[in-house]
Design a protein around this ligand. Structure first.
Ligand code: ADP
Length: 252
């Protein structure tokens, strides 16, 4: 059951350390973040700032060293691996830079996979409807090798959306695409927020991509150090990014 009062994902004082002692690295340092339902957040920051770690902890792929993570109102700390996997399958969608489609399966079979993993037989027309949403109604029978990069990423988005997850995490979803295909992918992500109230958290290096979000979080050294609210333009995102890079250079 979904509680509309809670955010799709909440992080409370989340710390993630790798290793221990002097050689240990604090990848996330007491991060607080709330991803409200139906919002689109971009996460930016220099390489090594903790973006992937934030995404993995927020998605229940990795566990925080300390602090609390709630996915769709469910605290993940107390869950067994088995129940965490179940929670992820039911309520979290993923889109990666490298598409990660199963090469031997058709587009429709790839999209149906999360439903089958959850032990559910897709209802008639369910997969076709989601493929239609991403503009690939005519490609259901094609294998990934028969599709362009942009089309493969649209299949991956359909696969992520088919379970109607509480939150979709996208890790550099346009990183492997040309500008036109990347723009199409961003348009689709934006449409899923506007038309279906989807919640999206997207890690990106690209100010143009981040400009599609409602909010941009900037990470540096494992902390949220800056935030932009409201639809931002790419130029403003770039200015904030440059300001952070300059601050880091001065400190270094
Ligand atoms: P980003 O995604 O912004 O590039 P990451 O979250 O990958 O940053 O990494 C944050 C910090 O944590 C970096 O210093 C990185 O070297 C370190 N780190 C990430 N994963 C591991 C790991 N599995 N083991 C040790 N250190 C790690």
């Amino acid at each position: 059951m979904t509680n509309r009062e809670t955010a799709a994902v909440e992080l409370h004082a989340v710390t993630r350390r790798y290793g221990s002692g002097e050689s240990g690295v604090t990848a996330l340092d007491r991060v607080d973040a709330r991803f409200g339902r139906g919002t689109f957040t971009a996460v930016m920051g220099p390489s090594g700032s903790g973006k992937s770690t934030l995404l993995h902890c927020a998605a229940g792929l990795d566990r925080a060293t300390s602090g609390r993570v709630l996915i769709d109102g469910v605290p993940v700390e107390g869950l067994s691996e088995r129940n965490l996997t179940k929670l992820r399958r039911a309520r979290v969608g993923f889109v990666f830079q490298s598409f990660n489609l199963v090469p031997a399966l058709t587009a429709a079979q790839n999209v149906a996979l999360p439903l089958r993993l959850a032990g559910r037989r897709p209802a008639a027309g369910e997969v076709d409807a989601v493929l239609g949403e991403v503009g690939l109604a005519g490609r259901a029978g094609h294998r990934p090798s028969e599709l362009s990069g942009g089309q493969q990423q649209r299949v991956a988005i359909a696969r992520a959306l088919v379970t109607r997850p509480a939150v979709l995490f996208a890790d550099e979803p346009t990183g492997a695409l040309d500008a036109a295909s990347g723009a199409e992918v961003l348009r689709l992500l934006r449409a899923s927020v506007d038309q279906h109230g989807q919640t999206i958290v997207m890690v990106t290096h690209d100010p143009l991509a981040a400009a599609h979000a409602d909010r941009v979080l900037f990470l540096a050294d494992g902390r949220v150090v800056d935030e932009l609210h409201g639809p931002a333009d790419a130029e403003l995102v770039a200015v904030h990014t440059a300001r952070l890079e300059t601050a880091r250079t001065v400190v270094a």
